[in-house]
Design a protein around this ligand. Structure first.
Ligand code: SF4
Length: 354
């Protein structure tokens, strides 16, 4: 079967998707109250994090910082603590800076919501942490401008319905390619619904491994389905080569006090984590207590956690020789922001060693 003619097909697909979305969309807190601020917060949280994880964080966040003004006035400690566990802390620092910049540019204090925000994707992109995708998502979904936001779901759906079988070197290359065709599908005046619809279809129906084609509203227009292409392999990406690394960490705790490290890297600035063995006297006798594997981007990291066989008499003295290390009481742990995996290790595995 040939693909339906392109001129009618794209328009039909756009309308079918928005109709389907109106009846089938998930109820999500940022959709229930779709203010631009709520969308801004949800877009930052949803970068690299799944919807189910984001929902409780989003609800707590809106309770604590209900408006862009409230967020702009909050301290860095407050926003980091509210974000703790979501990871990728650069996002929250950028969200905080973005809120401050929007409020700083506000010349009329009585301006109502839409007027205080950037009005085009190009203007959104001038704010911290807002890249091409987020700028287009905010302009289309929050402001109904006729632009297309292209994420992994959109790439997959548009590649499949168009039967695009070429291999892409990276997601960025695929985004550039798909962007050229994505906006032709937007039905007149329905940009917000259309952009959410195609992402929702990718999340619920046209899934990476198990697409549910018999429930797909555009099955009759899908080249991959109609031509029986192997759509599980569409889009094709060249294989990522993972780099293997090992990190040796040390868990120094005497039951009442613990030693952590306040990181100064750009990504984790002012966040606490378990020190690396290199941060302390390497002559200290240690015993391995846990091995944890995790992935960050294209790195597979084996984290080996050890504890000292013999503790120094006074932990505080130990930190005096190592300025990067911080001496904390166990009770202070709940008030500081610890990087996501380290908080999980402490709460789930290392508590037994306190
Ligand atoms: S028919 Fe199947 S492969 Fe095609 S867009 Fe729908 S779910 Fe995806």
């Amino acid at each position: 079967m040939e693909c339906p003619s392109k001129s009618t097909r794209k328009r039909q697909i756009g309308y079918l998707l928005t109709d389907w979305f109106t009846k089938n969309r998930r109820i999500l807190p940022w959709r229930t109250n779709p203010s631009i601020y709520n969308r801004l917060v949800s877009e930052f949280m949803l970068q690299q994090t799944q919807v189910a994880t984001v929902i409780p964080y989003f609800n707590r966040w809106i309770g604590q910082f209900p408006s862009i003004e409230a967020l702009a006035q909050a301290s860095e400690e407050q926003v980091l603590k509210a974000w703790e566990g979501l990871g990728y802390y650069t996002r929250v620092k950028n969200l905080h800076r973005t809120a401050k910049e929007i409020i700083k540019k506000l010349t009329n204090p009585d301006a109502i919501e839409p007027d205080i925000y950037p009005q085009t994707p190009e203007e959104w992109k001038l704010l911290p942490g807002i890249g091409d995708y987020t700028a287009h998502a905010l302009a289309s979904i929050a402001q109904n401008q006729c632009v297309a936001a292209v994420d992994g779901n959109v790439i997959r759906v548009l590649c499949r319905i168009n039967g695009i079988q070429q291999s892409f070197e990276s997601k960025n290359q695929a985004v550039k390619y798909i962007k050229n065709i994505a906006h032709f599908y937007i039905p007149f005046g329905k940009s917000a619904n259309y952009n959410e619809a195609i992402m929702e279809l990718g999340a619920l129906i046209c899934r990476p491994k198990n697409p549910i084609c018999d429930r797909c509203p555009i099955v009759l227009h899908c080249c991959s389905f109609q031509k029986k292409l192997n759509y599980l392999q569409i889009p094709k990406f060249q294989k990522i080569i993972y780099v293997k690394k090992t990190a040796q960490r040390i868990f120094i705790c005497d039951g009442q006090f613990i030693i952590l490290k306040k990181t100064n890297t750009k990504r984790l600035y002012n966040i606490f984590e378990l020190p690396l063995i290199d941060d302390i006297d390497k002559k200290m006798f240690t015993q391995e207590i846990a091995k944890i594997n995790r992935s960050i981007a294209n790195e597979r990291i084996e984290e080996i956690i050890s504890k000292p066989k013999y503790l120094p008499k006074d932990l505080k003295i130990l930190t005096q020789n190592y300025p990067d290390l911080i001496f904390l009481s166990i009770y202070e742990l709940k008030n500081i922001t610890i990087s996501g995996p380290h908080r999980k290790w402490l709460d789930k595995q290392l508590l037994a060693y306190l």
